[in-house]
Write a protein that binds this ligand. Structure first.
Ligand code: SAM
Length: 279
């Protein structure tokens, strides 16, 4: 919703919203899947929305993309083959290629219009697609995982929209079962799991469904994300044949590459749920 100078996303059913002051709308495209809009804002850089919902802003995207990628990649002993489902803005891909052990990243994004908008308006995210290890496919991630060779990935990152529309199937036991089969032993899955404040039931259901799908250990990391509903977000991890809470580099204060949010102590802290979530 846009009045002359503010873009507002009302958080459905939560009696709250976020507004970002905008200068102008610079992109508006209706794809077969969703409406892709980009705004130039006064204080948050470029803003991309899908069907009117905030997807990414230049100012705060680093928190979400670092916390979706690095806890899973440091939990795996030596990640080489990575699958990203969704992630059309390419921010998650940018974080994955920081890991030298990674040899191949398949990014399976349903809607090429999202990545086209990133190419035009978010060059610092889209630049990751020029890495020789990155391979982009524009198709349904649900089908991709169902057809994947068993044991063909070490880490799967699910950077999806909310569990409605084409992303709804990305939050199901069947999908997690196919992910479990596509992961090699020692594999790790990480899925964006919405807001701890607004969606604790969804997080609980995701942990339950991941276990039902065969993941032997699950954990959730939470972190601030000021432009997402409630300003507080989470990612839920599933470990195949290993621990979801032990991770490499816990003894090193800083990761071996540049980050702006992620480091080991924050990873450890993010694994410790708030009292109401633990209960
Ligand atoms: N990082 C932001 C967030 O978490 O809100 C944005 C995530 S990214 C833009 C969400 C992407 O998931 C969208 O580009 C959407 O097209 C994609 N997506 C939704 N359903 C999908 C599916 N079934 N297969 C692959 N990609 C899907």
């Amino acid at each position: 919703m846009l009045d002359d100078t503010w873009y507002t996303e009302q958080w459905a059913g939560e009696g709250s919203a976020i507004s970002l002051e905008v200068k102008e709308k610079i992109h508006d495209f209706q794809s077969p899947y969703q409406r892709v809009e980009v705004f130039d804002t006064t204080r948050f850089g470029k803003l991309m929305t899908l069907d009117g919902l905030v997807m990414v802003t230049e100012r705060d995207e680093f928190v979400y993309h670092e916390m979706l990628a690095h806890p899973a990649l440091f939990t795996h002993a030596a990640p080489r083959r990575v699958l990203i489902i969704g992630g059309g803005d390419c921010g998650t891909l940018r974080e994955v290629i920081k890991h030298d052990s990674v040899e191949q990243v398949d990014m399976v994004e349903l809607d090429q219009a999202v990545t086209d908008a990133a190419a035009e308006h978010f060059p610092s995210l889209h630049a990751a697609t020029f890495d020789p290890r990155a391979r982009l496919y524009f198709q349904d991630g649900i089908a991709w995982v169902a057809d994947a060779e068993p044991g063909s990935y070490d880490v799967i990152l699910i950077d999806s929209t909310d569990p409605v529309g084409p992303a709804q199937g990305l939050f199901s036991v069947d999908f997690y079962r196919n992910c479990h089969r596509a992961l090699a032993s020692g594999g790790v899955l990480a899925a964006q799991s919405e807001s701890p404040l607004f969606h604790a039931d969804l997080i609980r259901a995701m942990q339950r469904d991941l276990k039902a799908a065969g993941f032997n250990d699950v954990a959730t990391v939470d972190f601030p994300q000021c432009t997402y509903p409630s300003g507080w977000w989470s990612v839920t991890l599933g470990a195949r044949d290993g621990s979801a809470t032990a991770f490499r580099g816990e003894d090193t204060a800083q990761p071996p590459f540049a980050t702006r949010y992620y480091h080991a102590a924050r990873h450890r802290g993010a694994l410790t749920p708030a009292r109401f979530l633990a209960e």
